[in-house]
Design a protein around this ligand. Sequence first.
Ligand code: UD1
Length: 341
Amino acid sequence: MSMKVLVTGGAGYIGSHTIVELNKAGYEPVILDDFRNSKPSVIDGLQKILGKETELLNFDVCDTERIAQYLSKEEVCGIIHFAAYKAVGESVVNPLKYYQNNIEGLVSILKAVSKEADIPFVFSSSCTVYGEPKGQKEVSEQTAKTIPTAPYGFTKWLGEQIIEDLYHSNHELRMMSLRYFNPIGAHESAFIGELPIGKPNNLLPFITQTAAGVHEKLTIFGNTYPTVDGTCVRDYIHVVDLAAAHVKALEFLLGQRMGCNEIVNIGTGKGSSVLEVVDAFEKVNEVTVNYEFGPKRPGDVIEIYANVDYAKSLLGWQAKKTINDAVRDAWRWEKSIRSKE
Ligand code: UD1
């Protein structure tokens, strides 16, 4: 069997860490990325970790023809589809950009997959599909989905639905959507990590950049929520653990003789508040993060974390790294970026 795995968005944050884990597990990952939202330097970082080059297809995931051409001449044992935009605020301002890249890109790759019905397919979804869970903080795959208000979230909601509808039209397909909680951290080598373009929206890059002096202070969005300390609670998962979950997902699908369509939460099962993350970052790295409390961010979910039972039973996967590992690796990565400036 060919060990080639096509990874769309393989130069992105989660994609690049998945390339490393695939390689570790003996697969031959192939990156499909046009660097519209990632930097070519990621490829150098990957080469340093892997000690070899990774095959690169530098074109748009919306180019169905070229994907189909590639799949017809190369034997590929799996596809992992990351290529998508993820900034919630930007998606509200520029919805068509999100629908085009996230929906058209998904449809494009699925068209190519459905021509070659035997290729397992893993989709990166998000816990954003749960919205604000009603009366519960821990969500399982059975928890009702809510149509997200921002176009970004809706592209994930719709993406899962598109996959479901495609599966109903062809029960031979083997597909899985992974609902990520909050990925943070970086590879422990500090050769790859998150490279936010412009001012980061997510918490961890804002913390590391503030500690590095790029921003004067971090604004914590709200401290009067009904949580442990008034700040929002999320399930922060180390990106390397998340990457490893993709390998398990692929292995599960490869082991299926019948078609299937599975949805699996990928988190740690534990919630941490914003203040707890800041505190862990300061203690582990022995640095101070200048912060202030500001107004609540519209649309923020108060408290959510994953029930991870299904990931354990179906995939035999669970997170191994702690929040302390993640904040240490995130800081090591930030320092390595700054040292190259
Ligand atoms: C957000 C998206 C989610 C998406 C994910 C992508 C929303 C509501 N959700 O998740 O759909 O999948 O990004 O990575 O936007 N925070 C601060 N100050 C900051 C930045 C963040 O206090 O400068 C707080 C937020 O209020 C939140 C927590 O940190 O409580 C995590 O925020 P963030 O990293 O943006 O992730 P989510 O909002 O959970």
